[in-house]
Design a protein around this ligand. Structure first.
Ligand code: NAP
Length: 347
C-alpha cells in the first residue's frame, strides 16, 4: 500500500494529525529533526520514523523515495517549505502542507508548471486555513458565476498553538493585504472593520492578510478579495498600533525576545472539543447581485487535522490533480461537507 510522510510530526499540529491518522487506520512515516521526540511519538503509535534536518539533502531525498507524498507540518512555512516542495517535485512526489501564509501560497503557485510537468500535486493550505473558506468561496462563485467581489470572514473560538503564534509574530509589522483587480495589494494592518453576521453571533470583523487573499483567486477567479476575522477590542488597538511600531517589532532582537515568550503546545483536547469555528462569505457582481452563505464546523486545530487527513486519503487513493492546486479547485466546494460536524447554509 502507498504511504505518506508527516514532516514536523512532533509539533502540536503534527502530533494531532498523527493521532487522528492512527485512529483512521493510516500508518504514515513520521519525520522531523528532533530524534528523541520523533522516535518517542512513533513508538507511541507503532509507526516508522525518519530523522533529518531539512538541510540534510540525502536524508530528505531518501525518505521521499519511500512515500507517495509529504504532509508538511513544520512551520513557519516561509522558512521550511521551499526546500521541501523542491525536493518533492524533483522526486515526483506530491506535496501537501498546512500553511496559511500568503507568500508561501504565491511561491507554490509559481511552481505550477514544474509540478504539472512532474505530474505531481502541490497543494498548500490543507488545514483550517484554507480548506473551509476556500470551499465557501467556491460555493459562492458557483451560485454567482459573474462575481467580481468576494468577502470572507471567520471566527474561531479557542486558543492558538505555538506554531500559529510564532508565524503570526514573525509576520507582525508586515501590514495587511487584500486582492484588488487580481493583484495582491498591501493595505495597513486592520485596514477596515465591518459587522459580520455569523448567524448565531454578530461580531465586529477586521481585515487580515489570510491565505484566501491568495488562494480564493485561483479557486474562483474573483479579482477582488477581502478576508475578515474577529479579534478582541484590545488586540484591535494593538493591530492598529502595529502600523506605526511594526518596523520595530519586526527587527531581529525584538523578534528573538517575542518568539522566546511563546508557550509550547496548543489547545488541550477539552478545549478543542468545546471550540467551534464560524465562517461567513459574500460574493457580488457589478450589476449589484449578491449571494451570501455561512458555514460552521469544529474547532480550528481539530478541523485542520480532519481536512488534512481527508485530502491525504484522497491522494493515497490516487485522487489528485497535477500542478499547483487549492483544495476547492481540485476537489470542489463540497469537499468541506465531507468533514464531520460541518454545516453550510445559504443566507
Ligand atoms: N493552516 C492552518 O489552519 C494551520 C493550522 C495549524 C497550524 N498551522 C501552521 O502550522 C505550523 C506548525 O504549527 P504548530 O503549532 O504545530 O507548531 P509547533 O508546535 O511549534 O511545531 C512546529 C514543528 O515544526 C518543526 N520545525 C519548525 N521549524 C523547523 C525547521 N526549520 N526545520 C525543521 N523542522 C522545523 C518543529 O520541529 P522542532 O520540534 O525540532 O523545533 C516542530 O516539529 C505553523 O506555521 C502554523 O501556523 C496552520
Amino acid at each position: 500500500m502507498s504511504n505518506f510522510l508527516i514532516y514536523g510530526a512532533n509539533g502540536y499540529t503534527g502530533e494531532l494529525i498523527t493521532r487522528f491518522a492512527a485512529e483512521r487506520g493510516l500508518k504514515p512515516i513520521l519525520a522531523g529533526r528532533n530524534a528523541a521526540k520523533v522516535e518517542a511519538l512513533a513508538g507511541q503509535y507503532g509507526f516508522e520514523f525518519r530523522v533529518f534536518d531539512l538541510s540534510e539533502t540525502a536524508g530528505l531525498y531518501a525518505a521521499l523515495q519511500e512515500v507517495e507524498f509529504v504532509l508538511h507540518c513544520a512551520g513557519p512555512f516561509s522558512l521550511t517549505s521551499e526546500v521541501m516542495v523542491e525536493a518533492c517535485i524533483r522526486s515526483k512526489r506530491h506535496y501537501l502542507d498546512i500553511t496559511g501564509e500568503i507568500a508561501v501560497f504565491e511561491a507554490m503557485a509559481a511552481r505550477d508548471k514544474m509540478a504539472t510537468e512532474a505530474g505531481v500535486m502541490v497543494m498548500p493550505g490543507v488545514g483550517f486555513d484554507v480548506v473551509p473558506s476556500d470551499c465557501l468561496a467556491r460555493h459562492l462563485k458557483n451560485r454567482l458565476p459573474g462575481a467580481t467581489n468576494l468577502t470572507l470572514a471567520f471566527y474561531g473560538l479557542g486558543r492558538i498553538s505555538h506554531g500559529t503564534q510564532a508565524t503570526m509574530t514573525m509576520n507582525v509589522g508586515r501590514g495587511g493585504a487584500i486582492r484588488k483587480n487580481g493583484e495582491i495589494t498591501s493595505v495597513p494592518a486592520a485596514w477596515k472593520t465591518r459587522e459580520i453576521d455569523f448567524g448565531e453571533v454578530k461580531k465586529l470583523g477586521v481585515t487580515i492578510p489570510w491565505g484566501d487573499v491568495s488562494t480564493a483567486f485561483y479557486s474562483t477567479g474573483i479579482p477582488n478579495i477581502e478576508v475578515y476575522t474577529i479579534v478582541p477590542e484590545q488586540q484591535l488597538k494593538l493591530l492598529k498600533l502595529s502600523r506605526y511600531l511594526g518596523w520595530l517589532l519586526a527587527t531581529k532582537p525584538v523578534q528573538r525576545i517575542l518568539q522566546k515568550q511563546i508557550p509550547a503546545g496548543g489547545p488541550s483536547d477539552e478545549e478543542r472539543e468545546k471550540g467551534k469555528t464560524y465562517l461567513w462569505g459574500e460574493a457580488s457582481d457589478e450589476a449589484g447581485n449578491k449571494v451570501e452563505a455561512r458555514q460552521q464546523g469544529a474547532e480550528g486545530y481539530t478541523l485542520t487535522a480532519l481536512t488534512a487527513l481527508n485530502i491525504a486519503e484522497k491522494v493515497l487513493a490516487g485522487n489528485f490533480c497535477a500542478g499547483f492546486q487549492t483544495p476547492a479547485k481540485c476537489y470542489g466546494a463540497d469537499l468541506i461537507l465531507e468533514i464531520e460536524g460541518v454545516a453550510r447554509e445559504d443566507v
